[in-house]
Write a protein that binds this ligand. Structure first.
Ligand code: BEZ
Ligand code: FE
Length: 295
């Protein structure tokens, strides 16, 4: 028996026997990961004492999750999302200095190479939905404006669908755009009020949520990736605080600091200036970027 062999496998020594077998791992981090995962997994199995049938159900659930994955659909990421693991990994990797805007999940609907648009452009290309103007500043943690910040924004439409979910129904790049701040750090653009929507729920993760008595909805939000030289890139959202799902986001992405102010405005002069037909929503939100300590 090699020095690392801990003898024959028993219920009591299961963790030591399995992890001991990895003593010669070439990658220390992999060894550590497998040790923790094995320990926690064996602990769960010992606590739950699954029947053979139950264990098979778990295996088949993971099998179906894998089979659901393709170029467009990543069911394992959805699983990680609804378990709160995506948000936990995000939190661990985005501990921000005080005053900096908080991050949240990227989600599956970001599209690279959205068009760069002049400040003030309307990203709604099909004129459907309630008009909205979004404005604010990109600041550093001392409150100074950041020039040349790049704001990549995307959102669902007023029915809760992204353009990529409705190819041929919505125009390509509907409700997406890239904006660049000037010396005052200000940004503004026009859009429509987004609506809550379900995460893709026609697969094993959606069925799991159903069995757990959970709904699949995310409260209405706008996504942002904001980058600027010398600063950490911020991947975040802003949320409508009055959304019916604001306290029960299926993927746990809501943070108090990401609740924006959505005001309904009746002001014919402003509406005309924005080229809106009538009342509109006004959303104001500043973002604060943390300085990049690695540069
Ligand atoms: C989204 O907000 O786009 C999203 C995030 C996680 C899962 C599904 C969708
Ligand atoms: Fe989203």
């Amino acid at each position: 028996m090699n020095a690392h062999e801990k003898g024959y496998f028993t219920e009591e020594n299961s963790v030591e026997v399995v992890t001991g077998r990895n003593a010669g791992a070439r990658d220390e981090r992999l060894k550590q990961v497998m040790e923790v995962v094995t320990r926690k997994l064996h602990e769960a199995v010992k606590e739950l004492e699954p029947t053979q049938d139950e264990w098979m159900q778990a295996i088949l659930f993971l099998t179906r999750t894998g089979q659901m994955c393709n170029e467009w659909r990543q069911e394992f990421i959805l699983l990680s999302d609804v378990l709160g693991v995506s948000m936990l990994v995000d939190a661990i990797n985005n501990r921000k200095p005080s005053g900096a805007s908080e991050s949240t999940v990227l989600g599956p609907f970001h599209v690279a190479n959205a068009p760069e648009l002049p400040m003030g452009a309307n990203i709604c290309l099909d004129a459907k939905g309630e008009d909205m103007v979004i404005e604010g500043r990109i600041l550093d943690t001392e409150g100074k404006p950041i020039a040349d910040a790049v704001i990549d924004v995307w959102q669902a439409n007023d029915e809760g669908f992204y353009d990529v979910q409705q190819k041929g129904i919505q125009p390509d790049f509907n409700l997406r755009g890239i904006f660049r701040t000037g010396p005052d750090g200000r940004y503004w653009f026009r859009a429509v009020k987004p609506k809550y929507y379900p995460i893709p729920d026609d697969g094993p993760v959606g069925r799991l949520l159903g069995s757990l008595g959970r709904h699949p909805y995310r409260p209405a939000h706008l996504h942002y990736i904001i980058s600027a030289d010398g600063f950490e890139t911020l991947t975040t959202h802003i949320f409508d605080p009055d959304d019916p799902y604001i306290h029960s986001d299926a993927v746990f992405g809501v943070k108090e600091s990401l609740l924006a102010k959505f005001d309904k405005v009746h002001d014919p002069n402003r509406a005309e200036a924005y080229d809106f037909a009538g009342d509109f929503w006004d959303v104001t939100h500043d973002f604060v970027l943390a300085r990049n300590m690695r540069t």
